[in-house]
Structure formats: structure tokens, C-alpha cells
Design a protein around this ligand. Sequence first.
Ligand code: GLU
Length: 290
Amino acid sequence: MKSIVTRFAPSPNGMLHAGHALSAIIAHDYARDHGGRFLVRIEDIDIARARPEFVDAIFEDLAWLGLDWEHPVLVQSQHFADYLAAADKLIAQGLLYPCFASRTEIAATSDPALTDPDGAPLYPGIWRTAHPDMVNERIANGDAPALRLDMDAALRAVQARLGEAPLTFTEIDADGIARAVAAEPERWGDAVIVRKDVPASYHLAVVVDDARQGVTHVTRGDDLFAAAGLQRMLQVLLDLPEPLYSHHRLVRWADGRKLSKSNGDMGLRALRSEGATADDVRRAIGLIDG
Ligand code: GLU
């Protein structure tokens, strides 16, 4: 059997909270218990929001939790050329098209009843069939496009590779039972693969790096469950290996509300300054009894 590689992949645009601690500890302990390797990856492609002080705080908080990880740590903003190279492979298959639509335009032209799994309006295809002259005119004006996946074409390309087999990903539940889950990437519509403002997107960077780092088990919160379907599609289109997935429960307030990074909810730093220990955090997120 391949040796196990897990990762914790935070975005340094805020402080870590108890929910991140659950993701990090699950990934860390799984690797440790199976003689595998645990990686931390800094997902800072959102260069407008990522801040070096948050990167430092992530390392400090993870060390406080008692975790250790391999060095050097992969920092995504240092690898934009690799994400563009992967996007080029999709362009060569005729699967990406430039889109100049603004958020406002998309909101105004999309069907309010149709949203992607993140709750954003489903892109109504405005630029999918745009005449090349229109595209060239915008480029000549100095406008930068996003590159979107032509989802219908991508579904056909996947089917051509898989034949009759459905596109699935493998989810391992908390009891270690594996099941095949229908990927349903079409729920994301013509997703952005290369953003306007940075030469990458979350979905593209994550599949490139999970493959490059030999990640065998993607463990992360349940809020990214639907993302696995689109990521699985990109893996097939880019000939990347398929990791196993485990999406764990989210840490919530006692009344069921989700934690929020921006409000500093259950921030590890705040818990620590209130005198909590790493074991108190493990207890609070249900990893040890008592
Ligand atoms: N960087 C993502 C986040 O902080 C997580 C990515 C992943 O685990 O796939 O939400």
C-alpha cells in the first residue's frame, strides 16, 4: 500500500479557530497513526487578503496544538506558473474560455433560483459563445479576463475518458468506511479556473498541489464536500491521481451557528490567552472525552 500523506491547507486571511484545529488535528493524527506524512500548505493565492502575520500565526498556533509537520512548507503564491501550466492543458483541450463579466453583471443576469454549492449565483454563460472579435477588443482595451470552464464540454471530455463509468470520488466516513459519491461537478456551472486578479483559482491550485505533494488523503471540513466533485473532474482532465476524501463535521456553537474567521469566533489565540491548553481545545471539539 502507498504510504499515507495528509495535509492541512489553511488560507492565511485570518486567524485559526477551533474548526481549523479540528481539520489540522484529524489530518495530523491520521498520518501519525498510519505511519504516514503530514504536510501544511499555505493557500495564499488570494494575495489581496493573505497577510504574512497570519502565516506566522498559523505556524505558531499549530505548534501550540502540539502538531509537527514537514518542511519546507509549500506556499501557493510562489507557484503561479505551475497553475497556469495546468490551465494551459485545459486550454489545449478547448475547455476554458475568457470571461470579462463583473460580479454585478453576473448577479443581474443570472437566475436567482440557481446558485452554486457555495450559494453564489450560477454563471449564466454570458461569454461562453462570445465572438472572438469581442474578446480581442476587450483585451486590446487592457481588460483582464477570468478563464472559465466550459462545463458541458468538460463533462463530455470526462465521459470520453471514463466511458460508461460515472464520475465519482471516494469518501471515507468517520468509521473508516469508503463509499463512491457521485461527483456532480455541473452543480458549479462554468466555474472560474483562472481568476481575473490572480493567475490561479482555489480549485485549480488545490488539485495541482495535492498531486504534486502526493497527498493520498484529503481531510477537511464538510463545507468543502461539494468542491470535491469539481476537483475530481479537474483531476481527470489533467491526468492527476485520485486522492481519498474525508470531510469531517464542522465545529459549531452550541446553538448550531457556524464559526466565523472574521468574528474571531473560538480563535485559538483567544482561547490560549484565556488560559486554555491544547488538550482543552481537543476536548472542546470532541476529540477527547471529559
Ligand atoms: N484553503 C482552504 C480553506 O482554508 C482549504 C482547502 C482544502 O482543504 O482543500 O478553506
